[in-house]
Design a protein. Sequence first.
Length: 277
Amino acid sequence: MRAKAAAAAGVALAALAAGFVVDGRRGAPGWRRLPGTLYAHRGLHGPGVPENSLPAFRAAAQAGYGAELDVHLTADGRLAVFHDGDLSRMCGVEGTVEAFSSDVLRELRLAGTTETIPFLEEVVPLFAGKPGGLIVELKSAEDNHAALAEATLRCLDRFSVPYCLESFDPRCLLWLRRHRPEVLRGQLMQNFLKRPEGLDPWNRLALTGLFYNVCTRPDFVAVRFTDRNLPAVRLSRALGVQKALWTLRTPGEMETAAREGALAIFEDIHPKEEGTQ
């Protein structure tokens, strides 16, 4: 009997400890501005309209969507809206965004089109006065997380557009918690135990288990759709931490996001046209 009681107590303590670790901030007033909007992943892109391009964001804004986008800090301190860690897939050039100045990056073309890499101050005004806002992913490199977060907020604060920030890098969220706690912040995650992405074993485990939440206390967890039932995600949601799901590509996935009360980040579909909003 004592053994069973001790075991039960151990399980309860473990659950409490796990809950403390993965918990986040709840009830941030700015969150109310975000649900109800669907977010086009890297803009409303498709044939002839590259991802993270001005036409893609313009199309999303005109359709009444918000947008999820990615920012890197250039060598001269500007914010390039670009997803990948290197330029080869989208621009056919070796090297990282961080290695080049904005003038050099402006000369590159996206996916064989005439479109160029936009900068954040060009994208944000497209959503002024529109129903949708922005989910901005901070793409840190080396140790530039603080400079990246600070520059991003300096730009966003110039415009009256609802936004939140997210990152895979918990250092970005920790900076936000310390220096701009009023800004909505989200921890991006997926199952890194299955997809290592070049991470060391500790960070694969810590990011999959949301261990860094104990320090960063995010407002939401942005999780890959197929990983939404990971134990850490389910526990954080049970504790009241909000959730975003990426990247939704079917009406069924959109319906699941709505049913689970998650922010929907979609791609390759037009939810309003297909009646999945």
